[in-house]
Design a protein around this ligand. Sequence first.
Ligand code: SF4
Length: 459
Amino acid sequence: MTGTPLTETLIAIQSRYSTPQTVSFHTLGCRLNQSESGALAGGFDAAGFEVIRSAQPADLCIINTCSVTAQAESRCRALIRRILKKKPDTFIAVTGCYAQIGIDALRQIPGIDLIAGTDHKMSLPTLVQAIVGQGADAARLQKRSEPLVFHSPQINRNEFTVPNLSVFDHATRPNIKIQDGCDFFCTFCIIPYTRGRSRSRAFDDILLEVSIWVARGHQEIVLTGVNLGEYESSEKNLLDLIQALEAFEGLERIRISSIEPTTISNDLIEWMKTSTKLCSFLHLPLQSGSDKTLRHMDRRYSRQDYIDFAREAKEKIPKLGLGTDVMVGFPGEDETAFEETVSLVQSLPFSYLHVFPYSRRKGTRVTRSDLPPVNPATIKQRTKVLCALSDTMRETFYRRYIGQKVSVLFETQNEAGLFTGLTDNYIRVGVKTNQDLSGHMLPVQIQAVHNGLAMGECI
Ligand code: SF4
């Protein structure tokens, strides 16, 4: 029996209203943003929403923004406009660093329904639930003529917890957020203004999250934060945390993501030297090899301090994978300063460099100085020099492993059909196989280095 058009419409409406509302995520920026989007997705899942892929039409779209440079902000605005055009009926919530400091610009974009600054970001599932209500009586999200704004200019400094676990299932190596914010105020950096001052996640809350990831079968975790070395909770520091995490059976690797050189204790290096779980890997932002530029940046070390620390770490841990960030074209960086950066980089056994061309960022301290800007063509040229150096250093580091057996935690298949994964000292290894190796830790014999990959065969 077929119903009347009216009955069919009513049935269609009824079935639409009985299905869970869907939420999708668009995340820009750093590893920390990725980790926070994962936790937010977990929160929406717990609140009864269905988390779907970002390309699908959704009832609610969360845009987690980045504000690290003027270009990053412009990319955020372009993405928001693209989504508004493609999904005009979707309820749009914007959060992240740009929602904290770019609130005036965001208010100018018609179609945004909710803006949540830093202090309100992790409460988004609760905020949205408060709008729609709960359970069977929950209303559908409706577009608004004006955005709801949740924003505090002063960001909370208290210890925090992360109530929800990511439901994104693609992370072989989940990022565990243990710290947020920074007190260092380097002159080029906006983070202390977007994420606030340094604060740590409660010690037991981290252990709880990691225990769940391990129970799900994850063998590696990546400890993530803005200034990880500043971690402190219940009189426990970063090393105490690592030692407690090493007790988890089934957890094979603990990796520290980027960490400020001046915040690493000797004890941590000594521990890395002997630990079988703490990865032999340090990503130590250098930014510049010139003392003059380091002073202009208000970094907390000299050229020599950095060299001494990196050399000592490498001497103690010979297989250490050592990566760094270098900023090119910081105001006042003359030819001598750049040459000092190049010579420092060449004198240390880095396995890769992340090279960032400086771009003027309104609101940072350096914009109030009278340091002369560097010509964009010079910045481009210097970036090229360092990128080429990075390729050579990676190749040299990888080549040392030809003929050796390494342990690889496999992640995904690349466009060339190779399955790739990482060693504990951050060598990206690729193997030819028809099997799905994701999530498996396997011994591999390295045979060659090609296109930035150490090529090998599973033993
Ligand atoms: S230490 Fe890092 S996060 Fe903190 S102000 Fe400096 S660059 Fe920014």
